[in-house]
Design a protein around this ligand. Structure first.
Ligand SMILES: CC(C)(COP(=O)(O)OP(=O)(O)OC[C@H]1O[C@@H](n2cnc3c(N)ncnc32)[C@H](O)[C@@H]1OP(=O)(O)O)[C@@H](O)C(=O)NCCC(=O)NCCS
Length: 243
């Protein structure tokens, strides 16, 4: 197993890997490969913390980091960092590769002066690398009441004392929302990859009909597009009138 910096020749392979890793995990299909594709041109992207993992000559993992900030209670901006997407190819999941990649990347991040990380994720994985609920460090999540303990919002002080006894609120950088901001550009980009079926599946983020608000928890709850494909934006009752 080898971990090294990503190079331009890897870009397409890494985006394909990211798409495979995230497909149908958090939503029908995924957006993370487009986030990565766009982030490489973003000034917040950190090229020296952009790692790929290889096993037996095959690309099996990737992680990238981004500059971010926390708005302190006095309104000032405090420099911080975030990371992701982090991907392990589905064939290699739950074999310890993800944790090895994450721990390696965190060590390199600390060496380059990254003092504090916060991100959204499953604590059952990230706790093995030292992450805990961000609320314990008095870092709140945008849109959530400050007194809420947000179970998916995690943080890790990489350099002891960097955060100190501050209090503030984190909002993910806009670079993570490019697919929603440019849906047509994203659709054209995704169409350049091999076709894959989208499905609603257990464990995904809650999805709701954009017209009536009905929860969409399985494919049969959804409407259909004119070409017969599933329309994951609307329920079966609203789709006919909404598209
Ligand atoms: C999340 C991901 C990076 C983890 O990498 P991995 O190689 O599969 O995980 P590891 O084998 O290193 O896991 C180490 C431990 O973390 C925990 N863990 C890992 N994935 C978990 C999950 N999905 N749910 C709960 N616990 C998990 C387990 O305790 C695991 O040990 P175990 O397998 O002995 O029980 C990888 O599964 C992946 O690419 N998933 C899809 C994309 C994604 O969700 N990325 C993270 C977005 S926040």
């Amino acid at each position: 197993m080898n971990i090294r910096l990503e190079q331009p020749k890897d870009w397409r392979e890494v985006e394909t890997l990211t798409r495979e890793a995230f497909w149908n995990v958090y939503r029908p299909g995924c957006q993370e490969h487009f986030v990565l594709n766009q982030y490489r041109n973003n000034p917040a992207f950190i090229p020296e913390l952009d790692f790929v993992m290889e096993e037996g000559g095959r690309m099996i993992g990737h992680v990238m980091f981004s500059k971010a900030q926390i708005t302190l209670t006095d309104g000032s901006a405090f420099p911080s960092w975030t990371f992701g997407p982090i991907s392990i190819h589905p064939d290699f999941k739950r074999k310890g590769y993800g944790l090895k990649l994450l721990r390696y990347a965190l060590d390199r991040a600390r060496e380059t002066g990254v003092g504090l990380l916060q991100m959204e994720g499953n604590i059952e994985f990230y706790k093995h690398a030292g992450f805990d609920l961000a609320s314990k460090l008095r870092i709140h999540y945008h849109g959530e009441p400050a007194e809420n303990e947000v179970p998916y919002f995690l943080a890790l002080e990489l350099i002891p004392g960097y955060w100190g006894n501050r209090e503030g609120t984190y909002c993910p950088p806009p670079g993570y929302f490019v697919a929603d901001a440019q849906p047509d550009v994203f659709a054209a980009y995704d169409a350049g990859f091999p076709p894959k079926e989208k499905h609603l599946a257990p464990g995904q983020l809650p999805q709701f009909c954009k017209s009536c608000g009905k929860p969409l928890s399985k494919d049969d709850d959804c409407g259909h597009n004119a070409d017969g494909s599933i329309n994951f934006d609307y329920c079966q009752y609203c789709s006919a009138s909404s598209i």
